[in-house]
Design a protein around this ligand. Structure first.
Ligand code: PLP
Length: 476
């Protein structure tokens, strides 16, 4: 792992450092196991063809190591499972809601909380509450469901992330930052009254899990304030973002992840959250805001689309597990081992010369599919192809994040053509061991070494919305 800029941060600061190698391990031990199945190449050939070469359409039973997503795939702690038994399943006013509300207020600092079934439920509510047809929403690179809900309300997303984020090799400690000149240009062009809010994501998923600096959020907030524009945060992986600030930004080395998280949120007017990521639960989400007016609108719509404003689609027990997960996600040693595991996998791949997005982000390793298949045109879906090949080799499931995920331009109907054509190996929290990471790295190497002559794919079924979930392909 000698090539990463982050070696020191993943090592606990013990006296052992003076004597050469001292390993570190996760701050937990395993109490219950779930068997997984190993398949033959023949079985995998059949499974991927039946799935239309789309890893989203594979049966999970046919998968050996599942790195499709870190969403809802975390292992809960014994405390969280104990919390599940304390579910208060009252329709209204569940005590678990008040515990959840108190922890969001305590750790994120927002005033009003609306629970939702997961992140996109909250995205729906905030988009519906704030966006008018013809509005423009600037943000630091799009996320699929976020943009879909902004567009469904008649808004248009405009990317204002720094240019470096689109270059998979560019080394930048905060590659998720907003480019203030780009944001100013959008305000000048459309006028502040057409911009209901700026949509800021902590660790930018589509850029490779890249963080935003505290300095950047402060500057964005100041710019928004000058124009009377609100700033809302996609807090889905904001605790991971806080870890990167602690590691890389001057003045934060001695602050805890919890302190950094709260300070960052204090520069924003509210946040939506997919609790299925940072918060170590299998389902859940929320919207939290400081404006009572926005809260009133959102907490009215939530009863139409999700459920009463004291459960929003979650069972009482789910809210309890989430309230506890919020406490666990900000523990510094948890975050160090979570991101340390991602870096372990990335470090192996780098050592072996496999092209991945740099710097290594918080939740995943992103393979640069364009460099696996330099001859393959983007219209033949190199990242989709690579994800299928990886499954075929070893039963490892990854996710396409390239032209298929980017969808079509609403006006022209042509494919959006992102610069990044990536395959995401997403690491679930507290689920796999270092040996699973070794097996994964070896499989990626085998696919990379055998990449020459690989055929691309043709799309044979394309759903209208969020096509990457359900599209089907055939080999060319
Ligand atoms: C997953 C995710 C969402 C959507 O949340 P769901 O819980 O999947 O509905 C929104 N933003 C980001 C950055 C995400 O990763």
């Amino acid at each position: 792992m000698g090539t990463t800029m982050n070696d020191d941060a993943v090592q606990p600061k013990t006296m052992g450092q003076q004597f050469g190698r001292r390993s570190w391990a996760e701050p937990w031990k395993i109490k219950m196991v779930e068997p997984i199945k190993m398949t033959t190449r023949e079985e995998r050939e059949r499974a991927i063809r039946e799935a239309g070469f789309n890893t989203f359409l594979l049966k999970s039973e046919d998968v050996y190591i599942d790195l499709l997503t870190d969403s809802g795939t975390s292992a809960m702690s014994d405390r969280q499972w104990a919390g599940m038994m304390l579910g208060d399943e009252a329709y209204a006013g569940s005590r678990n809601f008040y515990h959840l509300e108190a922890n969001i207020q305590k750790y994120y600092g927002y005033k009003y909380v609306v629970p939702t079934h997961q992140g996109r439920g909250a995205e729906h509510l905030i988009s519906r509450a704030l966006i008018e047809p013809g509005d423009v929403i600037p943000g630091n690179m799009y996320f699929t469901t976020t943009r879909a809900h902004q567009e469904l309300q008649g808004g248009a997303f405009v990317d204002v992330i720094i240019d470096e984020a689109h270059d998979p090799q560019y080394e930048h400690p905060f590659k998720g930052n907003i480019d203030l000149d780009k944001l100013q240009a959008v305000i000048d062009k459309h006028g502040a009254e057409k911009i209901p809010y700026v949509s800021l994501a902590g660790t930018v998923n589509m850029a490779g899990g890249q963080p935003v600096s505290m300095e950047n959020v402060r500057a964005v907030k100041a710019l928004c304030d000058r124009h009377g524009i609100a700033l809302y945060l996609d807090a889905t992986r904001m605790a991971e973002n806080a870890f990167f600030i602690q590691e890389r930004e001057a003045g934060y080395a001695n602050k805890s992840v919890a302190e950094i998280l709260k300070e960052f949120c204090s520069y924003t007017d509210g946040a939506w959250m997919s609790a299925k990521k940072d918060s170590l639960v299998n389902i859940g989400g929320w919207l939290a805001v400081n404006s009572q007016e926005v809260y009133d609108i959102a907490s009215n719509w939530v009863v139409v689309f999700e459920g009463l404003h004291t459960y929003g689609g979650m069972a009482g027990r789910d809210m309890e597990a989430l309230a506890i997960g919020i406490e666990e996600q900000v523990q510094d040693d948890h975050m160090r081992s979570r991101i340390g595991q991602v870096r372990y996998l990335g470090g192996l791949l780098e050592e072996w010369g496999i092209p991945i997005v740099r710097p290594i982000g918080g939740h995943a390793i992103f393979l640069d599919a364009k460099r696996f298949y330099p001859e393959m045109p983007q219209d033949e879906f190199p990242a989709q192809t690579l994800a299928a090949e990886l499954y075929l080799d070893s039963g490892i499931r990854a996710m396409e994040r390239g032209i298929v995920s980017a969808g079509r331009n609403a006006a022209t109907g042509d494919h959006n053509r992102p610069k990044l054509e990536l395959v995401r190996l997403t690491i679930p929290r507290r689920v796999y061991t270092q040996a699973h990471m070794d097996v994964t790295a070896e499989a990626v190497k085998a696919v990379y070494d055998g990449a020459a002559g690989t055929c691309g794919l043709r799309m044979v079924y394309e759903p209208k919305y969020l096509r990457f979930f359900q599209a089907r392909f055939e080999r060319l």
